[in-house]
Each structure stands twice: as C-alpha cells, then as structure tokens.
Design a binder for this molecule. Sequence first.
Ligand code: SF4
Length: 379
Amino acid sequence: MKIGIIDADLLGRQKHRFPNLVCEKLSGYWKKRGAEVTLLMDYDHFEDYDHVYVSKVFTDTPVPEWLTETEKVHIGGTGFYFDKAPNLPEEIEHHIPDYHLYDQWIESEVEKARAEKGLLFNEKKFRIQFKEYTEYSVGFLTRGCFRKCEFCVNRKYSKVVKHSPLSEFYDETRPKICFLDDNFLGCYMWKELLEEVIQTGKSFKFKQGLDERILTDEKCELLFSSKYDGDFTFAFDNIADYDLVHEQLKRIRRYTNSTSIKFYVLVGFESIDSIDIENAFKRLRLLMEFKCLPYLMRFQDKNHSPWKQSEYRGMYVALARWGNQPNLFKKMSFRQFCEANQKLHKTRGTLCSSMKALSEFEAKHPEIAKEYFDLKFGD
Ligand code: SF4
C-alpha cells in the first residue's frame, strides 16, 4: 500500500514551521500497517498512490482549485471545514504520531541551504526553525472548550474533556512537550494531568494559550513554578473582560515576575472603527502596567479580513507592527515607534505608513491619541 500525505500549510505558507499532527498520526497509523508513507511536496503525482491525505489547519492556505474528496483523495482539517471539521476515526486519532514524517524534508532543506550558502552556512542556527518537528512530543491532553467564542473553531464543543493520556503521544527521547489543548485549565482533571506532566521532568508549553479568566491560586502555584518552555500565553480578546483580566493580572503577579507573559489581543472582530482601536489601546495599557506583552491578532476567517476594509486599516497594521515586536514595544510608545519609522523613511517630504496612520487617526480622534499614544511599557 502506498500512502501520500500532504501538509497543505507547509506547501502553501512560506514561513510555516509547525508539524501537522493529523499528518503525523496518519503516517504512524499507516506505517504500523506496513504501508509505504511519503510526505508529498506537491499535488502532481496522486496516481502513484493508493490513498492521498491532504490536511490543513489555516483557512487562508491556498490549495489547488481542483482538489476535492474522492475515494482516493481524503481532505480534512479546520483549514477546509473550520468549526465543522469531522473528527478522525478513533484508531487514527489515538495513534502515536510518527515524529519522523518530516525528517527527509528537513534534511533536504538543510542540504539546499548548505549548497546555497557554502562556507557561510551555520547548520546549528539554520536547524532552529525545525525545532517543533524535532524536539517536541505533541498532542492533546484535553479537547474542547466551554466558552464558544464566536471567532473560534472550537464552537462545536461545550465543555473540556480528557482526550489522550500523556503516554499516547509522549516520546521520552524528545526533550520537550508541546500541548495543543484548547482550554486545558477548564478541564476538571487539570491538576492531576499537570502533575503528571511535571513529573516527566521535561519542559512543556501549551501552544494555544491558557485561559487566564479561570486561573486560581492553586493553578498559579503549580503553573508558575513548573519548567515551562518559553512564554506563558493567555488571551485578552474581549474588552468586556477588562475587570476580570485586571484581577487575574494582579493574581499572576503575586506568583511570578516572569517577563515572558504574553496575551493575544484580538482586534477587528467586534468592529473596525475608532472604538475598536481605542479598546485595543485600553487592553494594551493594562498589559503594559503589569509588564506583560501583547500579540495583536487581526481577526480574519476563511472569507473575510474585516480590518482590511476599515478606514483605519493603516492603524491596524501599525499597531500590530509595534505591539508584536517585543523589543520595540518594551522600549517605545506608539508615537515613538511611528517617529522611529518616519526617520527611516526614504522618500523625503512624505509620511511613512505608520506615521500617516497615526497622524490621520490623531486628527480625527485627538482625545484617544492623547490618552494612549504616549504610553510606555512598565510606566
Ligand atoms: S476560550 Fe479559546 S478555545 Fe475557548 S472558545 Fe474561546 S477562543 Fe476558543
């Protein structure tokens, strides 16, 4: 049996560097049954395979127009079906991932870069981009979420349930663990699951973020004393949660001084007007006050990117460029960031895009600009 597997995000997104867990599980499942499994790097030779599986996570990843489900070709994932994505059959869903599916591709990328760069090639540095493929066990301890946020692919669930035991996807030869859980802290078994993870002695991370709204002292104590890998990531999507998030930030700061606390800040979802911009700044101000970093997410789904239609499109771009670069966000106010961009601008007598966005917005909404444009991290 010959099986072809396509990670559509890998083919369609230039800088994409994260293994597709479904592809790895399919590969593990078929290899165990003696099949010859190939990670395909194009859509051109389906006739050579008995079955071809195409999976994608992101809705805006391009795939060929002719691609469709047939007896031989199987397509799946949130990138195709958003919140209606069918589940994998149980025996595949709970199969240990094949963590070596991408090995050949990684080696060919390394060889390509070596040939291009010659003596200047720094292999160790180059390989860092593949660390999620090579260093982590990846999986879901729990699945689902009870919140049903309108913009989320997880709306089909109504609670958090235990999904896989750690042993199902844990490879002890890998130094780290990456969890893809939707809302881990919302699971009633969070404590024993987390204790089991901590006992492995490996560093770990929850890639999709954690729900700060349900943090308790007990959760903070365990989490912030653990061997966490990289940033603790939370979400501050909705201005309506302002007071609750404020209280939770105070709680977080009772347990950690970590400079690696990050919050996703969703913009362009509730509206794309000056109120949305003001709400973004209001959230950023609170995060600055508690020395937490933002990551601005401009809302988009399969068919729409509302912020691109906004009269403040330039502001959305400038805000994300400032807020999503920690080194700049920590050092400069929004105004200083735009001024720094202006200094680098090559066409004399014209405004750079950031300064143009700032100036136009300030002319229309001086009261918002006065309140937020000069705020600095940690002030
Ligand atoms: S809390 Fe997170 S995982 Fe849950 S529905 Fe909202 S965005 Fe999705």
